[in-house]
Design a protein around this ligand. Structure first.
Ligand SMILES: Nc1ncnc2c1ncn2[C@@H]1O[C@H](COP(=O)(O)OP(=O)(O)O)[C@@H](O)[C@H]1O
Ligand SMILES: CC(=O)OP(=O)(O)O
Ligand SMILES: [Mg+2]
Length: 403
């Protein structure tokens, strides 16, 4: 059997490590780890061992290298053949995954100001594995690459031409690995080659994406992962004059405003309680006003974005929910779809309630028709598909290296 790929998926608030053997989905992988809050006094690795036992290992003062070393101790003989890194921003240069060398590292460093929550941590991960596995090939899989098929009407801002041609100011889009995986996977489940999907990746970062015939046509994130939807701690869209207004009226510096929009806004800012949707849905059920407001704004803005994405599709087959919120929060799916009564999205309330914790399937009222082999349903399809960024990164890593 061929040796596995070690995948490092570093997001804004957690780092997922997975060892992905060939032909196996990452969520079936036996040994994987999740390191949370790296760089803070303690990281937690959740490790599922071969016999299915789950252990949690706390590593004081952990960084990538400490977390990786801890994982390596548990690898035994199953050494990886290559390493695949999630890299969030690859600018316009990368339309596909690439093997990492000095010139690739230079571009990743140059794009760091555009993804300040992500690229520095991605670079730390690469640095750690270059030290630990100097002999192994390493591949960067970019969030931005999948969106390089967007047409100019979707990726250009209405700004002077020079800002694009000389300074690369444009919409890039992120979560490409996730949007690519869930739409390709749903295409396989549905069949046909002319499907148009809107996928909603709702994790700590959130984005929507219009995908037609396997290509990204538009997405809600822009130059940076701050544009678009309400997220855990990120504001999403605000009036572009907000920076100047806050500077003039409150004297805030650009750094302070950047911190507030990226780290103190979104669900956390609106609720005054938490950035975690689980906490908010429980608090809202108990009548917490801030949690209710945060959920209302989150769902309204998500519904608006789904409607907007439909403009990018010649064919609108259906919607796909993914990411921690999209895969688990039935109440958020129902509330959002109820705001789109003109789109032929008929939710099956019972199927919606049951589609949680890694389950995959259709939750619209036409799902039963398909099971019976009849096709009387005139509405659009609604799917819940657990994302598999790690599996997709492993496949792209093998493909780049010809493994
Ligand atoms: N059962 C659940 N109900 C509601 N929200 C959930 C549930 N499980 C996870 N979530 C939410 O998913 C989000 C994290 O999503 P995830 O995709 O794991 O994040 P990341 O972007 O860090 O990969 C958090 O807001 C979390 O509260
Ligand atoms: C790009 C982005 O927002 O990623 P994450 O959701 O993993 O923070
Ligand atoms: Mg994520």
């Amino acid at each position: 059997m061929s040796r596995p790929i070690l995948v490092i998926n570093c997001g804004s608030s957690s780092i997922k490590f997975a060892l992905v053997p060939e032909h196996v989905a990452a969520h079936q992988v036996r040994r994987s780890g999740l390191a949370e809050n790296l760089g803070t006094p303690e990281a937690l690795l959740n490790i599922t061992t071969e016999d299915g036992k789950k252990t949690s290992v706390a590593i004081p003062h952990a960084d990538h290298q400490a977390a990786l070393t801890e994982i390596l101790k548990r690898l035994g003989d199953e050494l990886p053949i290559a390493i695949g890194h999630r890299v969030v921003h690859g600018g316009e240069k990368f339309t596909h995954a690439v093997q990492i060398d000095e010139s690739v590292l230079k571009v990743i460093r140059e794009t760091t100001p555009l993804a300040p929550l992500h690229n520095p941590a991605n670079l730390q991960g690469i640095d750690a594995t270059l030290k630990l596995f100097a002999d192994l090939p390493q591949v960067a899989v970019f969030d931005t690459a999948f969106h390089q098929t967007m047409p100019p009407q979707a990726f250009r801002y209405a700004l002077p031409e020079d800002l694009y041609s000389k300074h690369h100011i444009r919409r890039y889009g992120f979560h490409g690995t996730s949007h690519a995986y869930v739409t390709q996977h749903t295409d396989q489940l549905v069949g046909g080659d002319n499907n148009g999907w809107i996928s909603a990746h709702l994790g700590n970062g959130c984005s929507t994406c219009a995908v037609w015939q396997g290509k990204s046509m538009d997405t809600s994130m822009g130059l940076t992962p701050l544009e678009g939807l309400v997220m855990g701690t990120r504001s999403g869209n605000v009036d572009p004059s907000l920076h100047i207004h806050l500077t003039r009226t409150l004297g805030w510096s650009l750094e302070e405003i950047d911190q507030i929009l990226n780290k103190k806004s979104g669900l956390l800012g609106l609720s005054g309680l938490s950035n975690d949707m689980r906490t908010l849905t429980e608090a809202a059920a108990d009548g917490h006003r801030g949690a209710e407001l945060a959920i209302d704004v989150f769902c309204y803005r998500l519904a608006q974005s789904l409607a907007a994405m439909s403009c990018a599709l010649p064919v609108f087959t259906g919607i796909i929910f993914t990411g921690g919120i999209g895969e688990n929060a039935a109440v958020i799916r129902a509330k959002t779809l109820a705001l789109l009564p003109h789109f032929g999205l008929y939710l099956d309330a019972d199927k919606n309630q049951k589609m949680i914790r890694g389950a995959e399937g259709r939750i619209d009222q036409g799902a039963n028709d398909t099971e019976l082999g009849i096709n009387a349903y005139l509405g659009r399809q609604i799917w819940v598909i657990p994302t598999d960024e790690e599996g997709q990164i492993a496949r792209e890593t093998r493909s780049v290296l010809g493994l």
